[in-house]
Design a protein around this ligand. Structure first.
Ligand code: CAA
Length: 258
């Protein structure tokens, strides 16, 4: 499939999506988000793919929603048309893990998009922020909700109210990113992590993702109960038999993803 705003490729069992509007620092418009949604859905439906990596350029993961589009919106454009954010939720329907590999700016909607992924690997030049307040708006794609869950209320308030940027080291200390690597190693590191995940049993990977995400949506006792049921269900898979047999036979597992 041909895309105008993203580049898509497959390496082994990993699907790689690069945001590709370099002149606008990957500002996120409806066309880009539609293409991204379609590419994600295609990878999710493809049995040959076990994990997805989403990245931008070395200068910008994404500098936010496209301000040139929003500048003249009326309330009715925003509310009735639900422009800018209406097609952003596709990523939440993806059942396979999506890793954000973030270099450079991840601002506004760019930071929000990275936070919608399952985890973030950051280059040492990454900068995160929610600067919408400087534009006279507030974050509109989950920034005020996901950021406090990721980095605490204090830091989320600080970032959303002052519009300051947080560098990669601060983001790692705060728990927003899982690891930091040199900018020129970012894609290799993210692809290596994705390859490890894609080598695991796909149904088990999906159960892990579903269970961890449940921690954000429910009480501890409900979440633990959900996890227990998923744990029980793992014993219905061929890959559980293979994984445990391989351990006992002192060899690597050969998962069939069933
Ligand atoms: N939308 C549209 N265009 C953007 C953009 C955006 N979010 N961010 C950058 N660009 C464009 C610039 O207008 C510029 O275009 P021209 O060359 O045609 O002038 C080009 O990208 C390069 O940008 P700069 O010249 O500004 O590059 P810089 O290195 O000097 O600064 C930056 C980089 C600090 C990221 C700066 O571009 C910036 O502050 N961008 C805006 C960040 C922002 O406010 N993001 C939030 C958007 S609102 C949002 O996301 C709402 C939501 O929650 C859904």
């Amino acid at each position: 499939m041909d895309y105008a705003n993203i580049l898509v490729e497959v390496q082994g069992r990993v699907g790689l999506i690069r945001l590709n509007r370099p002149k606008a620092l990957n500002a996120l418009n409806d066309d880009l988000m539609n293409e991204l949604g379609q590419a994600l859905l295609n990878f999710d439906a493809d049995d040959a793919i076990g994990c997805i990596v989403l990245t931008g350029s070395e200068k910008a993961f994404a500098a936010g929603a496209d301000i040139t589009l929003m500048a003249n919106y009326s309330y009715m454009d925003a509310y009735k048309g639900d422009y800018i954010t209406r097609n952003w939720e596709t990523i939440r329907r993806i059942r396979k893990p999506v890793i954000a590999a973030v270099a450079g700016y991840a601002l506004g909607g760019g930071c929000e998009l990275a936070m919608m992924c399952d985890f973030i690997i950051a280059a040492d030049n990454a900068k995160f922020g929610q600067p919408e307040i400087k534009l006279g708006i507030i974050p509109g794609a989950g920034g005020t909700q996901r950021l406090p869950r990721a980095v605490s209320k204090a830091k989320a308030m600080d970032l959303c109210l002052t519009a300051r940027m947080m560098d990669a080291a601060e983001a790692e200390r705060a728990g927003l990113v899982s690891r930091i690597v040199a900018a020129d190693k970012l894609l290799d590191e993210a692809m290596d992590a994705a390859t490890v995940i894609a080598g695991m049993s796909l149904p088990i990977v999906m159960m892990v993702k579903e269970s961890v995400n449940r921690a954000y949506e429910t009480t501890l006792s409900e979440g633990v109960q959900f996890e227990r049921r998923q744990f029980h269900a793992t014993f219905a898979t061929e890959d559980q038999k293979e994984g445990m047999r391989a351990f006992l036979e002192k060899r690597p597992p050969n998962f069939t993803h069933k």
